[in-house]
Design a protein around this ligand. Structure first.
Ligand code: BES
Ligand code: ZN
Ligand code: ZN
Length: 506
């Protein structure tokens, strides 16, 4: 889809549909682009408002046919709620819903008003960014395994134009639209990886996809093979891989946009390409969802693509240990003791708590590489789904100031996070009779004890742990989310990297 900025009156746009904002609790007072449109339609929209058919609630959509009175055959009225309460998130969600609706009715070329900017809530750059980000996210489809001549195959929006009355903002709008597109395309790349069935995305496939992406954007990509992992002493990660016929791959992507000896931000993602639970096998119902147990890896890999496209003046390294977790004659057994790269030993009580076992070695390796600060992202615990549901990603840290900056980046992206405590008392649940620790801490506070486990391998480096077990997928289309993988928290990670680069990159 092309996105461009046009100068002129939206009412005159030659397109299959015009998209314009309406606000709540405002009767008869059309503003911005809507004034000329309603005039051409003989006041039809004004009447729909008076009769209460159009209320302007957030994401309310009303499609009006123009019957030859405008050069565009239809106008989509997009509710944005109360004028003074419009946010970038409201515009992103509305643009996503609107773009999906217009695609569904067969529009190929659409023309948007600068949603939220005509009401003065957002500047033109922020509006263009939110429209582009929302539309690209909202139009995402995962259809590569479907017949190419299916019902909707020819339903696609080829061009989205944003119409500005005032040409002086064109440059700012173009910058905004480009930034929005880069962020959304990165999230969509993560969605592509997470939606991919596990037979089409083995650790080897994931490594190849990461390598191709890195090459496309001029980044260094190294894949550590099993032998190299052995040499490094990654006994904890390798204990997860040993049950699978698929070889593990430890993916390393390096972006060097900052000073040679400057700090390097480390992004670490859990890359279990399928989690059966291993010998502690999961129940059959819903197990197919575990193809997305590499969503953390997908997020950090995809974030690197956006970081490179934005040409950040900072150094960032992504680490994504990738393996299957399978039961077999060679699989790890409950009670086995394994040794992580930093020498600490782990009693594997439950082989289904495998994410923390691969992250343990990844965190050690991050420290060996001197990365700081560290952010890890993982579909780590079912307990987090129970605690926070599918709306909010769990966040834990050893550095509250660092976490606040992640929260700020999340607020800009419209992705939600909530902190859980890291009191040392929780460590007691991980005590083992035979090793330095157990890999599970029992039923209570499962999300926190998983984080306390990881803390053993962080070695005091400033660190944030994000548990996205509940937020990796959506059960339906909702605003920027499309049923399936969400691409969370790619946009938060990129926003964080942008802010961090501004402070620490040079
Ligand atoms: N990948 C799962 C966590 C998960 C559960 C992600 C549901 C998404 C949805 C993880 O490897 C796991 O199985 N964790 C166990 C840990 C337990 C054995 C301590 C869990 O949460 O049940
Ligand atoms: Zn598991
Ligand atoms: Zn898992």
């Amino acid at each position: 889809m092309d996105i461009d900025i046009q100068r002129g009156e939206l009412a005159d746009a030659k397109a299959d549909a015009l998209a314009v904002a309406v606000f709540q609790e405002e009767h008869g007072k059309h503003s911005g682009s809507l004034k000329a449109i309603d005039k051409a339609l003989g006041g039809a929209i004004g009447r729909m408002r008076e009769e209460g058919e159009v209320r302007g609630k957030p994401s309310e959509l009303t499609l009006v046919h123009t019957l030859g009175k405008l050069s565009a055959p239809r106008v989509l009225l997009i509710g944005l709620g109360k004028r003074e309460k419009v946010t970038a998130q409201i515009v992103r969600d509305a643009a996503a819903e609107a773009a999906r609706r217009l695609r569904a009715v067969g529009a190929h070329r659409v023309a948007f008003a600068p949603l939220g900017a005509e009401s003065g809530s957002l500047d033109v750059e922020a509006s263009a960014r939110a429209i582009a980000e929302g539309a690209v996210l909202g139009l995402y489809r995962f259809d590569r395994h479907k017949a190419k001549n299916g019902d909707d195959a020819d339903r696609r929006i080829d061009r989205l134009s944003i119409y500005l009355k005032d040409g002086k903002d064109k440059g700012a709008a173009e910058r905004g639209a480009q930034a929005g597109r880069i962020l959304a395309e990165a999230a969509n790349f993560a969605r592509d990886l997470a939606n991919e069935p596990a037979n089409h995305l083995t650790p080897t496939d994931l490594a190849e996809r990461a390598r191709a992406m890195a090459k496309e954007h001029g980044m260094e990509c190294r894949i550590l093979e099993r032998e190299e992992m052995q040499r490094l002493g990654m006994g904890s990660a390798l204990s997860v891989a040993q049950g699978s016929v698929q070889p593990p791959k430890f993916i390393v992507i390096e972006y060097r946009g900052g000073k040679k000896n400057g700090p390097t931000l480390g992004l670490i993602g859990k890359g279990i390409t399928f989690d059966t639970g291993g010998i502690s096998i999961k129940p059959a119902a819903g197990m197919e969802e575990m193809k997305a147990d590499m969503s953390g890896a997908a997020a950090v890999i995809a974030a690197m693509g956006a970081i490179a496209r934005l040409k950040l003046k900072a150094n960032v390294t992504a680490l994504a240990p990738a393996t299957e977790n399978m039961p077999s004659g060679s699989a790890t057994k409950p009670g086995d003791v394994v040794r992580a790269m930093n020498g600490k030993t782990i009693e594997v009580i439950n082989t289904d708590a495998e994410g923390r076992l691969i992250l343990a070695d990844a965190l050690c390796y991050a420290n060996q590489l001197g990365l700081s600060p560290l952010i890890d992202v993982a579909t780590l615990t079912g307990a987090c789904v129970v605690a926070l549901g599918s709306i909010t990603t769990g966040a834990m840290t050893n550095d509250d100031a660092l976490l606040r900056r992640v929260f700020d980046a999340g607020a800009v992206a419209g992705e939600k996070f909530w902190q859980l405590p890291m009191f040392d008392e929780y460590k007691e649940q991980l005590k083992s009779d035979v090793a330095d620790m157990k890999n599970v801490g029992g039923r209570e506070a499962g999300t926190i004890t998983a984080a306390k486990f990881l803390e053993n391998f962080v070695d005091g480096t400033p660190w944030v742990h994000l548990d996205m077990a509940g937020t990796d997928g959506s059960t339906r289309d909702r605003g920027v989310l499309v049923k399936g993988a969400t691409g969370t928290p790619v946009r938060t990670l990129v926003n964080f990297a942008v802010d961090w680069a501004a402070e620490n990159g040079r």
